[in-house]
Design a binder for this molecule. Structure first.
Ligand code: SF4
Length: 265
């Protein structure tokens, strides 16, 4: 099924599971992850290229953290997804729900129906992870989310470049008074001029918005369509980039992917 013909009452999923968030402002917190299928970007460092197309099946964790997955058929009806999340939502365990992908905003119509029910049923806040390049779809679901982690894609590192869309998305979140942060994946090839441009863009919306510089985790096998190896930056590079960005923005933190250090899914 293509995403044009998808029912708004059904979702195309990769998986649902409970885990420790490894990136950004919520690092270390426990979340229920809903990983949606499909992505319209093709980042060179992508560690989720299996999400780019919607598979026939998805997998659902039965017990939080045990990885005792059940295989179910795609697309998934909305009430069934609510039920699966409730099954994982043990009292007091989770801090929030993470909408991730792929690119979750490709499912904005489904989310407009799903998120209000999800919030009411679970009582948990809803956190969106996005490539920050779909302002129209972001505007559709802004009333139903609590916080946003938005990527800025650097051409040198990801092969993608979406400055205008990033600016629109960040402004939308700021205007809606959502908690928002920006995550920038950097490699040996990252250009300081790109980071200066990123800092100026963020500062133009608000210098209070936190920015996370995330040194890339090199892939064991490069994604097949590019065969580009993306290598982690040196400590000296990262130190100088943080100093550069802090000229414009108050909070610039450097955090690698901690879930990979934990050998977590
Ligand atoms: S936006 Fe995320 S899922 Fe999509 S290609 Fe880039 S890293 Fe992969």
């Amino acid at each position: 099924m293509t995403h044009k013909t998808a029912l708004t009452t059904h979702a195309r999923l990769i998986e649902v599971f409970s885990a420790i968030q490894g990136e950004g402002l919520n690092v270390g917190t426990r979340q229920i992850f809903i990983r949606f299928a499909l992505c319209d970007l093709r980042c060179h460092f992508c560690d989720s290229s299996h999400t780019w197309v919607a598979p026939d099946n998805c997998r659902i964790e039965r017990t939080p953290g045990l990885r005792d997955f059940e295989i179910r058929t795609n697309p998934v009806p909305l009430p069934m997804l609510l039920e699966w999340v409730e099954q994982l939502n043990l009292s007091g365990l989770h801090d929030s729900i993470s909408l991730t992908g792929g690119e979750p905003l490709l499912h904005a119509k489904f989310m407009m129906e799903f998120l209000p029910k999800l919030r009411t049923n679970t009582g948990l806040s809803v956190y969106l992870e996005t490539g920050g390049h779909r302002p129209e779809q972001l505007a559709m679901i802004l009333p139903y989310i609590d916080s946003v982690g938005m990527d800025f894609k650097l051409k040198s590192t990801s092969g993608e470049s979406r400055w205008e869309e990033h600016a629109k998305c960040l402004q939308l979140c700021h205007n809606a008074k959502l908690e928002v942060f920006v995550k920038i994946i950097v490699s040996q090839k990252t250009e300081p001029t790109e980071l200066e441009r990123s800092a100026l863009l963020v500062a133009g919306v608000s210098p209070e918005i936190p920015v996370f510089i995330q040194p890339v985790t090199p892939l064991e096998t490069p994604v097949t369509f590019t065969n580009v190896s993306v290598l982690a930056p040196s400590a000296n590079q990262v130190l100088s980039w943080q100093a550069l960005m802090k000229r414009f923005i108050k909070q610039v933190r450097v955090i690698p992917q901690t879930h990979k250090m934990l050998n977590q899914l």
